[in-house]
Structures are given as structure tokens and as C-alpha cells.
Design a protein around this ligand. Structure first.
Ligand code: SF4
Ligand code: SF4
Length: 107
């Protein structure tokens, strides 16, 4: 998992709106980053699919991650997603691409 964590830090955190100019996360101790929290599951999902259609990965993340996330309410809505405040939802394209590149030995 370390190679994925490192690649996420270098490719996602670097451009994340919650990072500083040096790419370090600025979230406080009470906040939780969904990418960090769910990374093993995200990697599992990426490995379970072989598709060029990024939306298939997104849908699987919603089905398997959001469905079990505390931020989801009983109606299937998420206030963090609605506020563009979930790192998975904001960056799923880059996240999937980064994991695939790690697997291909490109990064
Ligand atoms: S919120 Fe998550 S993705 Fe963004 S900088 Fe912090 S750890 Fe990285
Ligand atoms: S979009 Fe909401 S429910 Fe889905 S992982 Fe992010 S915070 Fe959790």
C-alpha cells in the first residue's frame, strides 16, 4: 500500500485544494480525508475493473465506499460531496489514473 500512498501524495495532494504550496495537507486533526481513509478499498476497486470508462470506477466507488461512509445520509445524499468537499469525489479521475500508473510501473 505504501507505493500507492506515495503516488497519491505526489499526484493528488500536490494539486488538492486542501494542500499548501509545498503539497502538504492542511486539514486539521478533526478532519478526515476520504482518499486516505479509503485508499485500500479504492485500490481494490481499481483492481477489480479493467475499463477505459472512468465513470464505471466512479460508480463502483459510490456503490462500495459511499454506501458505507458515515457522511452519507439516509436519502443517499452526502453534504461533503454536495459542497465539493470530498477528496474522492473531487479527484476520482486522477486517483484512478494514479493507481493504474503505479500498477503499470510508470510512476
Ligand atoms: S485532503 Fe487528502 S488529498 Fe487533499 S491534501 Fe489532504 S490528504 Fe491529500
Ligand atoms: S462522497 Fe461523501 S459518502 Fe462518498 S466517500 Fe466522500 S464523504 Fe463519503
Amino acid at each position: 500500500m505504501d507505493k500507492y500512498k506515495k503516488a497519491i501524495r505526489e499526484n493528488v495532494c500536490e494539486i488538492c485544494v486542501d494542500s499548501n504550496e509545498k503539497g502538504f495537507c492542511t486539514m486539521n486533526g478533526e478532519e478526515v480525508c476520504a482518499v486516505q481513509l479509503y485508499l485500500p478499498k479504492i485500490v481494490e476497486i481499481v483492481h477489480s475493473l479493467d475499463s477505459e470508462n472512468i465513470e464505471e470506477y466512479y460508480q463502483l466507488m459510490k456503490d462500495e465506499i459511499c454506501a458505507n461512509c458515515n457522511s452519507l445520509d439516509g436519502n443517499g445524499a452526502c453534504y461533503l460531496r454536495d459542497d465539493v468537499n470530498c477528496s474522492i469525489d473531487r479527484y476520482y479521475m486522477i486517483i484512478v489514473d494514479t493507481i493504474k500508473k503505479v500498477d503499470a510501473g510508470l510512476i
